[in-house]
Write a new protein. Structure first.
Length: 184
């Protein structure tokens, strides 16, 4: 990693995980395989910021560790990359197990209680699907009907327009770290 840490991919130690490495990796990792509108790819870091924003609005009673989990919900991808869902499901348990190991190590590293992760994860998934729906329509050229079929029906919501503008990786990396620090 750029921090100098050596992360053992198959047996990740929480001690080898740094937020700067996560933020850097995710800010350079394109969602939708880079097939989005804009001067820059829409990054996984931008998606994560959007998911946390939607999550916090949908579930205002949630505590900071829960919001932090929402921000870090795709953080394992800083090492294993972002794959489209059909490919993930084709790869099966191997990818899923690796993702879970990394996510568990990240939760331990940043003091996110793993006992309540299943409950939080379900709520984060709702925000994640809403974010994907918005991204599909505003960035990836989907019609509302296509997005509804793939991500479930959602109502168009206002207030996220700026979150859907692809921005330079270094700017997003800083924004991601700042939001992490606000929640941590």
């Amino acid at each position: 990693m750029l921090s100098g840490r050596r992360l053992e991919l198959l047996d990740p130690s929480p001690l080898d995980i740094e937020i700067e490495d996560i933020a850097h990796g995710l800010s350079f990792l394109a969602r939708w395989n880079g097939q989005t509108l804009g001067e820059y790819p829409f990054s996984v870091a931008q998606h994560s910021l959007l998911v946390e924003k939607i999550f916090a609005k949908q579930f205002p009673q949630m505590d900071n560790p829960s919001k932090l989990f929402a921000l870090l919900h795709d953080s394992a991808e800083y090492v294993i990359g972002d794959m489209i869902s059909p490919l993930k499901s084709h790869l099966g348990n191997t990818y899923e197990e690796l993702d879970e190991k990394l996510t568990r190590a990240i939760c331990i590293r940043f003091n996110i209680p793993t006992k309540k992760i299943k409950t939080i994860k379900r709520r984060v998934k709702l925000a994640d699907k809403k974010a994907a729906w918005l991204e599909a329509i505003h960035l990836a050229g989907f019609s509302k009907q296509e997005a509804d079929r793939i991500f479930g029906k959602h109502e168009e919501i206002k207030g996220y327009e700026n979150s859907l503008l692809p921005q330079p990786p270094f700017f997003i990396r800083k924004k991601f770290v700042n939001r992490f620090n606000d929640l941590y």
